[in-house]
Design a protein around this ligand. Structure first.
Ligand code: PEP
Ligand code: MG
Length: 314
């Protein structure tokens, strides 16, 4: 029986009432693709491309990039694969991208800001992605990291489309763009909330600094209120909103996120099973009540506790 269970295909992510919640994988290189598929990933919600750049003294060639992207896309025929443009700066400095030392790298020339200042690198990356897509069956989506303004979102979306990439969106990891979600969503194809950075910037607490680690908690109602705005803007505009930060890997928080209007969840493949199991326990109406319980709390601890209580009743 145990063998039969192991061989049974994993069911797609869904709530108790059948509402579909695709469960996707976060990947940091094409190496993890087989494991992700095995664990039931329905696609890739965040492909971090930094691995191609980090150990290099110069930017990788278009051909080198195409090869990696194609390897990734080939593992997911007919499935959605969201590739993030290079997210350098701050904790991931690159000599050829940002050569000026900064006192506050998390607030400096990083993510899309660095790419816009070095547009040739972004253009090469988009070219390589477009070429990889031509050779495969995957549904390729591209997104920009560290977007702060609506203009940046428009500029990236337009540039990606000019390169022949049909679906272009942005990450919501900065409070300014979360607060502008209603203006953002009509101007791009989708949003993916990066709760790691969104929490860091909302709480003004360096995510890499142990002494302020207790503030790096995506359960904080301040973070949840921002996510609610993005979820609501997604629903109003009919555009998809995903979460690809660590928050999506916390089973109860995943239910809260869906209750706030999030359509897809992307996480480290090892977290997929627990999140899949928890989602199955609640209907969409219940997820909304659980989200409401968390949202109306005053502290992160109370939000978690209230959500847990509401979940036990559902
Ligand atoms: C995030 O910030 O939540 C995110 C998914 O991106 P990264 O962890 O790579 O900064
Ligand atoms: Mg981030």
């Amino acid at each position: 029986a145990r063998e039969a269970e192991a061989a049974a295909p994993l069911t797609p992510g869904a709530l108790a009432d059948g509402t579909s919640v695709p469960l996707l994988a976060n990947l940091g290189s094409p190496k993890g693709t087989a494991e992700a598929v095995e664990l039931g990933a329905e696609g890739v919600g965040l492909f971090r491309t930094e691995f191609l750049f980090l150990s290099a003294d110069e930017a990788p060639s278009v051909e080198e990039q195409r090869e990696s992207y194609q390897q990734l896309l080939e593992a997911f025929p007919g499935k959605k694969v969201v590739v993030r443009a290079l997210d350098a700066g701050a904790d991931k400095p690159l000599s050829f991208l940002n050569d000026q030392p900064e006192e506050n790298p998390a607030l400096g020339l990083r993510g899309l800001r660095a790419l816009m200042a070095n547009e040739a690198i972004l253009k090469d990356q988009l070219t390589a992605l477009a070429q990889a897509q031509e050779n495969t069956e995957a549904d390729l989506w591209v997104m920009a990291p560290m977007v702060s303004t609506v203009e940046e979102a428009e500029e990236f979306t337009a540039l990606a489309k000019k390169h022949g990439l049909a679906t272009a969106g942005v990450m919501v990891e900065v409070p300014s763009i979360a607060l502008m979600a209603d203006e953002l969503m009509p101007r791009t194809d989708f949003a993916s909330i990066g709760t790691n950075d969104l929490t860091q910037y909302t709480m003004a607490a360096d995510r890499l600094l142990g002494s302020v680690a207790t503030l790096q908690d995506p359960w904080h109602p301040a973070v949840l209120r921002l996510i609610r705005q993005v979820g609501a803007a997604g629903i109003d505009s009919g555009k998809p909103v995903g979460v690809c930060g660590e928050a999506a890997a916390d089973p109860l928080l995943a239910v809260v996120l869906v209750g706030l209007g999030v359509n897809t969840l992307s996480m480290a493949p090892a977290a997929l099973a627990d999140v899949r199991a928890e989602l199955k326990l609640h209907t969409l109406e219940q997820a909304k009540s659980i989200a409401e319980a968390a949202l109306t709390a005053a502290t992160a601890a109370q939000a978690r506790e209230s959500a847990l209580k509401a979940a036990q009743q559902s």
